[in-house]
Write a protein that binds this ligand. Structure first.
Ligand code: 13P
Length: 332
């Protein structure tokens, strides 16, 4: 099982490829659909995901797709289950296994990710449905008084327990501690929050005996808050992001796949490109790729708008963004 997990992790971060996160919960996809005037129903969600997964040649750029519980059970209009469709293209199917965020009592503004109860049974079921990796997202808020140490520790602990369970069931855990870009904090505040988050995370992973060799880290890039008047350019983002990761992420980790976190598609790709260019100059022990949702999907979804006649154009827009992100992995 260990060698299978090592092979899956390597395949996920294969040169020039990255991940498509298509694991939006029904609540999240409803919000995104509403913004482009589409009603969210099981059928519209299925149609939209089929559009992405059947985009011709997407497998040139996409190594794995993260699915949602509903999506892993769905099939193409012709009846091919989505995990089967992806696997036939050489794309690894994965699954989001956390159950979303709740407020952390007594810590205003901080959240905790739930979903450990019953996780073992769900992992086994997902594996049988074709999943080869899993994802769990924790969120960390930044302000002049956040994050607090208890919030960092509670989330790190849950991520470590999730990751251990995944490895026992032969699924590669994608460990996602997202330091949010909401707010007016500067890039230095993001750096400090991200450094503290990763320190707590890898300490907890070690304590729970999780194999660093068999996980993928999905971090935020180190960025100024969205409302900060001084936005950092790609060179500064690259410098700070690599400095932060080098301080905190063991070299044994086989790969890092960044989330986009609300950056536009072009900004996310420009920052990923700068990160890889800098890594080529100063050295980095891990491949650095993408695991984007919004930066790959916002454009195509706005073109699609639920209309069958826009399908081909939306697929092309998705492929264009995937190509851009994949090129950024090579620093090009
Ligand atoms: P974004 O790229 O939109 O941040 O989404 C990535 C993701 O999977 C969040 O859990």
């Amino acid at each position: 099982m260990a060698s299978e997990m090592a092979a899956i992790a390597a395949q996920l971060v294969a040169p020039g490829k990255g991940l498509l996160a298509a694991d939006e919960s029904n609540r999240t996809i409803e919000k995104r659909f509403r913004s482009v005037g589409v009603e969210s129903t099981e059928a519209t969600r299925r149609d939209y995901r089929e559009l992405l997964f059947t985009a011709p040649g997407m497998e040139q750029y996409i190594s794995g797709v993260i699915l949602f519980d509903e999506t892993i059970r769905q099939a193409t209009a012709d009846g091919v289950p989505f995990p089967e469709l992806l696997a036939a293209k050489g794309v690894l199917p994965g699954i989001k296994v956390d159950k979303g965020l709740v407020d952390l009592p007594f810590f205003p503004g901080e959240r905790f990710t739930q979903g450990l109860d019953g996780l073992e049974e769900r992992l086994e079921d997902y594996r049988q449905r074709g999943a080869r990796f899993a994802k769990w997202r924790a969120v960390i808020a930044v302000s002049d008084r956040l994050p607090t140490l208890p919030a960092l520790r509670a989330n790190a602990e849950a991520l470590a327990r999730y990751a251990g369970l995944c490895q026992v069931h032969g699924l590669v855990p994608i460990v996602e501690p997202e330091v949010l870009m909401d707010g007016s904090h500067d890039i230095e505040a993001c750096f400090q929050a991200t450094e503290a988050t990763q320190h707590e995370l890898f300490e907890a992973l070690a304590r729970y005996r999780v194999a660093f060799e068999h996980l993928i880290l999905k971090p935020n890039m180190v960025l100024a808050g969205a409302d900060c008047p001084r936005q950092a350019g790609p060179e500064e983002v690259a410098e700070k992001t690599l400095q932060c990761l080098k301080r905190t992420v063991p070299a044994a980790v086989p790969g890092i796949a960044f989330l986009s976190g609300g950056q536009s598609d072009t900004t996310a790709a420009a920052n990923l490109k700068a990160i890889n260019q800098r890594a080529a100059q100063v050295g980095a022990p891990w491949p650095l790729t993408f695991s984007f949702s919004r930066a790959l999907q916002a454009g195509p979804m706005a073109i699609w708008r639920g209309q069958a006649e826009n399908r081909a154009a939306a697929q092309q827009a998705f492929l264009d963004r995937a190509r851009l992100a994949a090129a950024a992995v090579a620093g090009g």
